[in-house]
Design a protein around this ligand. Structure first.
Ligand SMILES: [Zn+2]
Length: 363
């Protein structure tokens, strides 16, 4: 396992996003509508984000993020930094109603500014704990922000668009490594959406193997350029308003994990929608597992004992030295997701206390 994860057993980390206070959700809306300048919004975020960092440190986390509070969404952050998109052309998330629409690519990509390096540099300056920063996978960007109606003049196929995203995301990962970020995460929820047959039907996925192979190729072409920092991949069933967009065990994508040249996979396991942990018998034996032990769709706060029990169950399949702990997903991957910040704090604290229990019992 990468040395970044071996300071203690069961290192704890976030997946990325944290719920925002209402005034910050309003600020994101005001910035998007042009009622507040980007400079003013940035200055206000600079004041607010240190509290998100301290909250995670007080909860006891080993790796913290900036809560992704500056981002309208985990994937749209790409379109906010790269020219070539037009806003609000693609409907919200699959399988549920959401007020968030997505941009579509309409002309050739032209990077305008770094995607995450600015927020990462701020996090690095302000955090005492280790830092983790997420960037979206080219596969998920391609699935989310290319459409046959709007995008073919810029990129005739979705795959060509993904290919154009790869060097931009890779360069961003290299920037994060150069900044001294302790862990980089590639967010690829659309890989896990493929596990749900209903989703595949709804979304017109004709060739499942081809999609899985594309996701793995995108991850590898980003990760191969990154030196000195462990790269994780996070995938999940997508959620909004405490409901998952898809359900089902990971069986059909487990082989892809063996193909991906990264150090760690952060996966949902706390939710029953993920179909149980037996699938971990096919988990690669040279990777770290980011075990989801907190169900962000359940408002009830887990106890430290429950967290420990979830990790102990996973230890039947993956040795303790390769287990890291995280919530199933980010708490609010888009700014419109209504979640409670205090609840997130209590859940993260329970996770860290669960890690302490495990270290006492198994250390
Ligand atoms: Zn997720």
């Amino acid at each position: 396992m990468h040395k970044a994860f071996t300071d203690s057993l069961f290192p704890t980390m976030v997946v990325g996003s944290l719920p925002r206070p209402r005034w910050l959700r309003d600020l994101v809306e005001d910035r998007k509508a042009g009622r507040v300048s980007h400079e003013r919004a940035d200055a206000l975020m600079d004041d607010a984000i240190p509290s998100a960092i301290r909250m995670q440190e007080r909860a006891g986390l080993d790796f913290v993020s900036d809560g992704e509070w500056r981002r309208e969404s985990y994937v749209k952050v790409f379109a906010d930094a790269v020219d070539g998109f037009q806003n609000d052309l693609i409907e919200g998330s699959p399988g549920r109603t959401s007020s968030l629409k997505y941009p579509a690519v309409v002309s050739p990509l032209q990077p305008r500014r770094p995607i995450a390096a600015g927020e990462a540099a701020f996090l690095r300056r302000r955090a005492s704990a280790k830092t983790i920063v997420a960037i979206p996978s080219p596969y998920t960007i391609g699935r989310r922000m290319w459409s046959p109606e709007c995008s073919t003049r810029a990129y005739p196929t979705r795959e060509e668009f993904m290919d154009a995203c790869i060097p931009i995301v890779r360069e961003e990962a290299q920037r994060l490594a150069a900044l001294g970020i302790d862990a980089i995460q590639i967010d690829d929820p659309w890989l896990a959406l493929l596990v749900d047959p209903d989703f595949r039907k709804r979304d017109g996925v004709a060739n499942l193997d081809r999609e899985i192979e594309l996701s793995a190729r995108c991850v590898n072409q980003v990760a191969d350029g990154v030196e000195g920092v462990p790269v994780s991949v996070h995938f999940c069933h997508a959620h909004f308003d405490r409901r998952h967009g898809t359900t089902g065990p990971y069986d059909v994508i487990m082989d892809a994990l063996h193909e991906m040249r990264v150090e760690r996979f952060a996966m949902e396991f706390a939710t029953p929608d993920a179909g149980g942990i037996e699938v971990l018998k096919r988990f690669p034996d040279d990777k770290a597992l980011g075990l989801g032990v907190i169900d962000h769709t359940d408002p009830r706060v887990e106890t430290p004992e429950e967290v420990a029990a979830r990790a102990e169950a996973a230890m039947s399949f993956v040795p303790k030295e390769r287990i890291t702990l995280n919530p199933d997903c980010g708490f609010a991957p888009s700014s419109v997701n209504p979640m409670d910040l205090d609840e997130a704090y209590l859940k993260l604290k329970a996770m860290c206390e669960g890690a302490k229990l495990l270290r006492d019992r198994r250390g």
